[in-house]
Write a protein that binds this ligand. Sequence first.
Ligand SMILES: [Zn+2]
Length: 346
Amino acid sequence: MMKTLLIIIDGMDDEPIPALGNLTPDSYANMPALKHMHSMGKVSYQYTIPDGCEPATDVAMRSILGLDIKDGAFGCRSWLEALGAGIDVNPGDLCMRCNLITHNNGIIVSHNGSNPPENECKTIIDELNDHFAKDNLTFHCCNSFRNILVIKDNCSSVSATAPHTLIGSPVDMLNLKSDNHLLEHKLNDCIVKSRSILSSHTANGISLWSPGRPTRFTRKLSGAVIAGVNVVKGIGIATGMSVMDVPGATGDENTDYTAKYRAATDALKHEDFVILHIEAPDEAAHQRNWMKKVYILEQIDRYILMPLLHTDGPIHIIVQADHATSSLTGQHMASPVRVINYFKSN
Ligand SMILES: [Zn+2]
């Protein structure tokens, strides 16, 4: 049987960009390996975001993998991230994503706290725990701007806006709502007070969003997952796949593409199905930086796709985005994504 490598290039698809001669970043970029796969393979377009669902990686990945969208399609993303990060969560707990953000004069300027280094993220999470780790709240550092808050034994519902949709908006938009007024007050207090506690850092605030709870995935998959971001690792763990730790796989533009390529080809030696997820293009699009997105896509072509074309042995390679991300608006899109199926015969 031919082995399958599913390469998810997060947010690769985009809108036509006037500054790129009305081309999308992936068609503007110099990507000879992808072009070869496109012209020699089978190309289709796939709606990865079911009606009524948010265009987001967790939803899109579950849709691509054929997992049950009805059970747990909503409200488990931050739990998947906690799972991917190895954080213990009990069935009655509520998880929230805790982004480090940057604001300036009351306006949100970065949803990722201008990407602080690992050691600074740890310091920041320690400071947050010093002030707020009581009443069942614990902040967990996940070594990047993407962190997790676990609220013990809480069955309330919470709604909050994703910070990557709020760049350029006032910080008040970070305030969340809950049917539990005490919890709403407590969490908004953390969000507001974090801005004075963290005032000496570039990442000078937090956003709490994406509430999630433990969910059981009925469908299991076999194979390996290579990813820099915890949400994709979590989907791997929740479906029974083996999740490979790749040093240098960071989920941003500094990720080590060659290490990821090597991990994928190693995994294919003993697994029939391997998922390789690359986050960086989505992050560049959130920053509305289409030239950075072009550069990242060219790096992926050069250090992952081209070497794959030159490996030995047959592989069924699938290359696609999970969802599109507009470099003009910085928002995820629910439009169909291009799927390239390429059968490498030797
Ligand atoms: Zn995104």
